[in-house]
Ligand binder design. Structure first.
Ligand code: MBD
Ligand code: FE
Length: 285
């Protein structure tokens, strides 16, 4: 890389993800804390840690290594990454376990709200000569009974062919490979994008150091992120994967489900096409 090319670093993407989280999410409730619930959860987590220490006869050296690693996760801004990779999938499982409609999966750290609105037939914003195989992704948004949802919004975000997300890595146009597609009168959409590449979570920060120290791998299978919403319906946060991609069964974030794997076919235009429909559950009362 030349000296003028900005380098994507774990600390920079971590700082952006941390700032994004603190801007968008409601954050910590200041008052109205349910003391009994906090007692239950905090005590359970602390007890689980005690159990690990006893069961594995943790040494002072290991305790201090943990302390220093936890400090570095915060310094690198990697709490969003750490939590979304190793914890969020279980929250998603618990929260959506009995929901009607399409399966979803984790949001991850790189969603940005208010992406540019696009018509039902559209191309995601991309650079001239954006690397990757063109992909036409089309389908229909319905409710859980199969009724079409016109005017539903299909927010999409994905990494570029280098595995970098706009707004979390330098030198990429702000809304590159991000957009909010609005479905037509029959709830249909057809988006042209590029087929994403397998994705490596940043290896040069604290999460990467944990992965290396534990002998794990840093990969996520190639994926499209989506958030589908329509008035009166529960928004669906999901990701779609590719049948013939690398790492389909070995996701560092444990977020693949069989229902979320696409099998695109050649479209005759040099690219691929695939159809996938979304069914939204009614909004929770
Ligand atoms: C990603 O792109 C992602 O989707 C998740 C869940 C975690 C880290 C990076
Ligand atoms: Fe991702």
């Amino acid at each position: 890389m030349s000296e003028t090319t900005p380098t994507a670093t774990a600390a920079a993407s971590g700082a952006s993800a941390t700032e994004r989280f603190l801007t968008d999410k409601t954050g910590m409730p200041a008052e109205d804390v349910d003391t009994a619930r906090v007692d239950t959860l905090a005590a359970a987590v602390i007890t689980a840690v005690h159990d690990v220490i006893r069961r594995h006869q943790v040494t002072y050296e290991e305790y201090n290594a943990l302390k220093s690693w936890l400090i570095s996760v915060g310094q690198d801004g990697e709490w969003p990454l750490f939590l979304d990779v190793w914890v969020e999938h279980v929250v998603e499982e618990v929260v959506t376990g009995s929901r009607e409609g399409s399966k979803g999966t984790i949001e991850g750290p790189y969603y940005v709200p208010d992406a540019p609105a696009l018509p039902s037939v559209a191309t995601l914003p991309m650079r001239d000569g954006e690397a990757g195989t063109p992909l036409v992704f089309q389908g229909q948004v319905t409710d859980a009974t199969g009724q079409a949802l016109p005017g539903a919004v299909l927010e999409m975000w994905q990494a570029d062919d280098d595995g970098l997300y706009a707004q979390f890595a330098p030198g990429i146009p702000e809304w590159n490979l991000r957009g909010g597609i609005v479905t037509d009168d029959e709830g249909r959409f057809a988006v042209t994008t590029i087929q994403p590449a397998p994705y490596q979570i940043p290896t040069d920060g604290s999460c990467g150091r944990l992965i290396a120290a534990a002998g794990w791998h840093p990969w996520r299978p190639a994926h499209l992120h989506l958030k589908v919403s329509a008035p009166g319906h529960a928004p669906l946060t999901t990701q779609l994967y590719f049948k013939d991609g690398a790492y389909p069964e070995a996701d560092v974030a444990s977020a693949v489900k069989p229902e979320l794997v696409l099998d695109p076919r050649p479209a005759g235009t040099g690219g691929n096409e695939v159809t996938y429909d979304f069914a939204l559950a009614p909004a929770a009362l």
